[in-house]
Design a protein around this ligand. Structure first.
Ligand code: ADP
Ligand code: SR1
Ligand code: MG
Length: 417
């Protein structure tokens, strides 16, 4: 990566940069004065929508990493090579599952910039779910996306050499892995300057999280899996803010945290974001119907994911882990069944960590953090922490998705507000 070539793009410099790229100029058309709007609402980067004012169907998204953490400012330096990993992951996802990710028009590792399709008819899933909108396809799409990407980059699917070469392209996403190690697996469970604060929630956390040794040791066991287990190329930040959806389509965005990690990390984050939203609907909704829809979606996500994952697996022949003639049909079936039970348990553990970090840590979720009444918000936050503790404590007694759904339903029978 050459620093001489890198410069931060802005409204003034973007047109010349974009029109010099033939593939982008072709999408935007010849209008020399495009409309440029910075629409980034994420924590890390700048995102511009660039549109031909004479024809709004001609538009692109430009995402650029700057050498600091956007949500804090320039005083928090962060290497911009995170965009290199987002580019590499999006390129790979475009090969593995092109219908579920934006098309790339231009990828520039030197400039830490990605130019991609503008999803003009889609909204961030989190925002739709806060408003109680049902998306009939999203759960199935999420299940398929995770099955294809996680299985397709696993040692069950890939040959040893090709897989190690692929791993090599993601190993050094070190700074973003460190963010996860600290902001998901350390700071939220202790007193730390970066943490969010809401007095009643803080007090509950001091009494029930900071002093719960078993919970903290379990959380560290999950961190150990995150740090050491290299099951597959994981998205690394797959939550309802990383999905853009409408009634028919779902697109996964924002894969800058991609690296080889445990299968259950993506699955667990997805589950936790449906749960965080579910708890918030004790405030956002007048009745239980949307909460019930959210719980049903968790079931559909898991069933689609596990069914497709197993199909791909059953069809696979030779790979790093599979050697023709080694296992009988029954042994192979037992192996798949045991692995899936373990994956469910790990997903529940990662969901527990995600629920706690989104409650106590710097990066919250709008589902909860945008609730203005601090008492209501705190009641919902404490419920999310209680859910985190239950998921963590009971994860290893889960065997099927029915067990997890029963736990969730049972949890929500207790009063929240
Ligand atoms: P960050 O890495 O900073 O979190 P994101 O990739 O999440 O950035 O993008 C920030 C926002 O930009 C998204 O929440 C979404 O509103 C918008 N956005 C990103 N990519 C696209 C796209 N391809 N089409 C339309 N909007 C997008
Ligand atoms: C400082 S942590 C910022 C968070 O934002 C991203 O979306 C990731 O979830 C990361 O943990
Ligand atoms: Mg991001």
């Amino acid at each position: 990566m050459s620093d001489e070539q890198y410069r931060v793009l802005n409204r003034e410099s973007l047109p010349a940069y974009l029109y010099a790229i033939p593939e982008v100029a072709e999408v935007l058309g010849t209008e020399p004065d495009p409309e440029i709007l910075e629409i980034g609402d994420g924590n890390l980067n700048f995102v511009y929508r660039v549109t031909n004012p004479a024809d709004s169907s001609r538009a692109v998204i430009v995402k650029q990493a700057v050498p600091y953490l956007r949500m804090v400012g320039e005083e928090w330096p962060l290497g911009r090579d995170r965009m290199t990993y987002e580019i590499r992951a999006l390129q790979l996802y475009n090969e593995l599952i092109p219908d579920f990710v934006p098309t790339i028009y231009h990828a520039d590792e030197e400039m830490s910039t990605l130019v991609m399709a503008y999803l003009d008819d889609h909204i961030i899933l989190r925002l739709g779910m806060i408003d109680g909108v049902r998306y009939p396809k999203v759960a199935e799409h999420l299940g398929l996306f995770m099955a294809e990407t996680l299985f397709g980059t696993s040692a069950w699917s890939m040959g040893s050499e090709a897989r190690r070469q692929l791993m090599d392209r993601f190993t050094l996403n070190a700074e973003l892995c460190k963010l996860t190690e600290e902001f998901i697996f350390a700071f939220p469970y202790m007193v730390h300057d970066s943490n969010y604060s809401n007095p009643a929630t803080d007090q509950w956390a001091i009494e029930n999280i900071h002093t719960d040794s078993e919970y903290k040791l379990d959380m560290l066991a999950m961190k150990d899996l995150f740090v050491t287990k290299t099951d597959a190329l994981i998205h690394g930040d797959l939550h309802s803010g990383s999905l853009m959806v409408n009634q028919d389509e779902s697109f996964v965005i924002d894969m800058e945290f991609a690296f080889f990690g445990p299968f259950g990390f993506d699955v667990g984050k997805v589950i936790s974001n449906f749960l965080l939203c579910c708890t918030s609907h004790f405030h956002h909704s007048d009745d239980a119907s949307y909460r019930e829809w959210l719980i049903e979606q968790i079931e559909v996500i898991w069933n689609t994911f596990s069914t497709r994952f197993d199909e791909l697996w059953a069809e696979a022949s030779e790979s790093t882990m599979l050697t023709e003639g080694l296992l009988s049909t029954d042994e192979f079936a037992t192996l798949r069944e045991r692995t899936m039970v373990n994956l469910l348990r790990e997903s529940a553990g990662f969901a527990a960590c995600s629920m706690a970090r989104r409650t106590l840590g710097i990066a919250g979720v709008a589902d909860v953090r945008d609730i203005e009444d601090l008492d209501v918000r705190s009641a919902i936050e404490i419920a999310n922490l209680k859910m985190s503790k239950r998921l963590m404590a009971e994860r290893n007694s889960l065997t099927t998705i029915d067990d997890l759904i029963a736990l969730i339903r049972d949890f929500y029978t207790s009063p929240i507000l």
